[in-house]
Ligand binder design. Structure first.
Ligand code: IPE
Ligand code: IPE
Ligand code: MG
Length: 244
């Protein structure tokens, strides 16, 4: 069996957790059952990523587009989120994991916002791994809100237009404290970005697996990481340049 190279892990791993609904349908259950079962996968992946020494783990949990789902499904997802934040709090503290949230958090139910803020505050000095939940997050919305802030800066003479560069844009995105994505995993067989981090995934290695999220376990994570470690990231250069 191949072994993971601890020196060649993605600094920032992001996961589009997909397939809860189909996983449940296959078992003749409703979609909500799939979401409930998906929580175990979150626990497993968070713990394993931290154990391996990954610095940044970002989970796409709810997109700006997901607000178009049936009200009951949204309600359950918010309930599950609230419950998970409460249940996992101690474990985050114990494992030295810092929680962050990105997206239009003000759109979330008040209770969820309060619990999120509480956990974010309480874990802010943890330094083993940063776990970021993308909630009510959309890549386009992220760019829009960044542009609004930059435009305001220009209007107030804080930013001069000719100084706008990639680093200024980075500083105004929700992801300002995160490095670019190195590895982006999507489960469930769909091979699309679904408006996840458009700017931040510019040079991400993409990994698609047909496994539905509720079935995703340590072994699947290892497979993805091994696959990542066998790739050559060239960033536009030639292979020869990379090797020297
Ligand atoms: C991912 O599973 C969870 C969320 C998007 C919130 P889905 O609910 O999208 O499951 P499928 O894709 O319909 O199977
Ligand atoms: C993407 O999954 C969003 C999350 C995983 C949170 P979706 O299931 O919403 O994506 P589409 O609509 O199938 O592209
Ligand atoms: Mg889906």
């Amino acid at each position: 069996m191949e072994h993971l190279d601890k020196d060649n892990l993605p600094q920032h791993l992001a996961i589009i957790m997909d397939g809860n609904g189909r996983w449940a349908s296959q078992r003749g259950k409703n979609r909500v059952f799939g979401h409930t079962k998906g929580i175990k996968s979150v626990q497993v992946v968070v713990e394993e990523a931290a154990r391996l020494g990954i610095s940044y783990l970002t989970l796409f949990a709810f997109s700006t587009e997901n607000w178009s789902r049936p009200k009951e499904e949204i309600g359950t997802l918010m309930e599950l989120l609230l419950r998970s934040l409460r249940n996992e709090f101690e474990k985050l503290l114990k494992n030295q994991i810092r929680l962050e949230a990105i997206g239009s958090i003000d759109q979330l139910p008040d209770k969820v916002q309060e619990e999120l803020n509480h956990v974010i505050q309480a874990t802010k000095n943890n330094d083993k791994m940063v776990l970021t939940l993308a909630l009510s997050y959309g890549g386009r919305e992220d760019l829009v809100q960044a542009l609004q802030k930059i435009a305001t800066g220009v209007k107030n003479n804080i930013i001069s237009p000719e100084k706008i560069d990639q680093s200024i844009i980075n500083k105004h995105l929700y992801t300002r404290k995160l490095p670019d994505i190195d590895l982006l995993i999507r489960t469930s067989g769909e091979q699309r970005i679904s408006n996840f981090m458009l700017w931040q995934a510019a040079y991400a290695e993409l990994y698609f697996t047909s496994v539905y999220w509720p079935d995703f376990r340590e072994g699947h994570l290892h497979d993805a990481l091994l696959n990542y470690q066998n790739r050559e990231r060239r960033f536009g250069k030639t292979s020869e340049q990379i090797k020297t």
